[in-house]
Design a protein around this ligand. Structure first.
Ligand SMILES: Nc1nc2c(ncn2[C@@H]2O[C@H](COP(=O)(O)OP(=O)(O)OP(=O)(O)O)[C@@H](O)[C@H]2O)c(=O)[nH]1
Ligand SMILES: [Mg+2]
Length: 220
């Protein structure tokens, strides 16, 4: 925790997480294990489910609104909307199905396009790690893709509850770090020091940033 925060009361942060990936890769099972500690053997394709839960991450309270999405094509109409709302994304594939990893490439591109942000918090999850004998995606492949994305890679199993908490907590840490960094930058920028070059540099950056974020004009 940065020293400036010590001893200060910090209200719980609230974040929207979106769980994405192909149909049947285990998105609902991972979410159910994380939120309710339960294993679901049967397969019931999701249309859309949301869960609200609270976790403690490095001593900080975080409220999560988790959106478990549909992997099957016919339910994907809402994608743009929830990608806009999401602040962190769990991109899940099954290590036993290489096409499920390929599907994530398009999803990740879409997230970045919609958020207009290459550094949006993402965790790449290779689920069904308990099915080692059916592995179709080498661990090194998942890892090299995650490195290309600048995102962490976990192999997980909803069945054995391996790395389930870890993937959600990693995403929370990324979102918290992002918020902390934004707050620190704004805090420093707000201190007016007429003799400081960095004050003017930051002011210019802030102005340029605002211009960059200005909504684009869309002609329909
Ligand atoms: N062996 C194994 N099976 C799993 C694991 N996770 C999920 N499954 C099984 O895979 C099937 C699909 O799991 P779901 O969690 O419903 O998959 P989903 O990604 O939510 O699927 P959609 O809602 O259709 O997008 C179920 O029969 C689960 O029991 C896992 O880690 N290991
Ligand atoms: Mg599901």
């Amino acid at each position: 925790m940065p020293p400036a925060r010590q001893g200060r009361y910090q209200p719980a942060r609230e974040y929207h997480i979106v769980v994405l990936g192909a149909g049947g890769v285990g998105k609902s099972c991972l979410t159910a294990q994380f939120v309710h500690n339960e294993w679901i053997e049967s397969y019931d394709p999701t249309i859309e489910d949301s869960y609200r839960t609270q976790v403690s991450v490095d001593g900080r309270q975080v409220i999560l609104e988790i959106l478990d999405t549909a992997g099957t094509e016919q339910f994907v109409a809402m994608r743009d909307l929830y990608m806009k709302t999401g602040q962190g994304f769990l991109l899940v594939f099954s290590i036993s199905q290489s096409s499920s990893l390929a599907e994530l490439m398009t999803l990740r591109d879409e997230i970045i396009r919609i958020k207009d942000d290459e550094t949006i918090p993402i965790v790449l999850v290779g689920n069904k790690a308990d099915l080692e004998d059916q592995r179709a995606v080498p661990r090194t492949k998942g890892f090299s893709i995650s490195q290309r994305w600048g995102a962490p890679y976990y192999e997980a199993s909803a069945r054995t509850r391996t790395n389930v908490d870890e993937v959600f907590v990693d995403l929370c840490r990324q979102m918290l770090r992002r918020d902390d960094a934004a707050e620190t930058t704004h805090g420093e920028e707000d201190k007016f020091d007429p003799y400081s070059i960095s004050y003017y540099k930051n002011r210019r950056k802030r102005k340029e940033g605002k211009e960059h974020n200005r909504p684009r004009c869309v002609i329909l």
